[in-house]
Ligand binder design. Structure first.
Ligand code: SAM
Length: 211
């Protein structure tokens, strides 16, 4: 919930799925903020996306939102934490979205064979932040030319670009990795990438060439 404007948030469409925000807040589960999730949904609509691959399900909040864009959109989402996976499974059933969401319980670094039976319009990276580059490299071949790769939290609480204010060594290490990833993305000529200051920061890369 970073840089969240209540006014703008309130203007966005209301959705039953937002009842999950309370659970996420109480249980300290990091999920997308409302403005970012609505922004990505609008990209899915503009892009006429039919197949989305998400890395990092948590309780299924973003996957359920993406599935709400239209009845023909299919979401494949990968989660490695069993508690999160069980909660996501329950939420997907409660919202009756099993037919649209394929939930994979596995470490995403080892799940390629489970999800490589198809090509995706959009890859959404929202898992361990220090590993975004690994996820990008592993799964970008599954994205069609012209497809999108969206990475969340590229500013990580505004520590990215401000590493001098970070005290913890572990956080510093992670911030350095995110900075490296952002630079690598900005210089990668196979993709056209924009970095935007929405929520916790997001990059949107358009795949220009096939693998
Ligand atoms: N996308 C979710 C949403 O907005 O509703 C939030 C995802 S949360 C920020 C990140 C999730 O990624 C956590 O539940 C964590 O367990 C999971 N995760 C982290 N590293 C992972 C990995 N290597 N493979 C699969 N899941 C991973």
């Amino acid at each position: 919930m970073i840089k969240e404007s209540n006014y703008v948030s309130e203007l966005n469409p209301k959705n039953e799925i937002d009842t999950l925000i309370e659970y996420a807040t109480t249980e300290a589960v990091p999920i997308m903020d409302k403005i970012s999730v609505e922004f990505v949904k609008q990209l899915l609509r503009i892009h006429n996306a039919h197949n989305v691959l998400e890395i990092g399900t948590a309780i299924g909040y973003s996957a359920l939102h993406f599935a709400s864009v239209h009845p023909n959109i299919q979401i494949t989402t990968i989660e490695r934490n069993e508690l999160m996976y069980q909660q996501a499974k329950k939420n997907i059933q409660d919202f009756n979205k099993q037919h649209q969401i394929n939930l994979v319980f596995k470490d995403a670094l080892e799940a390629f064979d489970e999800v490589n039976h198809q090509i995706y319009d959009v890859l959404f990276i929202d898992a361990a932040k220090a590993q975004s580059k690994k996820f990008f490299e592993l799964y970008s071949p599954l994205v069609r030319t012209g497809g999108l790769i969206i990475t969340d939290n590229i500013l990580y609480h505004d520590f990215v670009g401000n590493i001098e204010i970070v005290r913890s060594r572990n956080v510093k290490q992670m911030v350095r990795k995110i900075e490296k990833y952002n630079t690598w993305l900005s210089e990668n000529t196979d993709y056209q990438t924009n970095f935007i200051d929405i929520g916790d920061g997001m990059s949107i890369s358009i795949k220009l060439k096939g693998e």
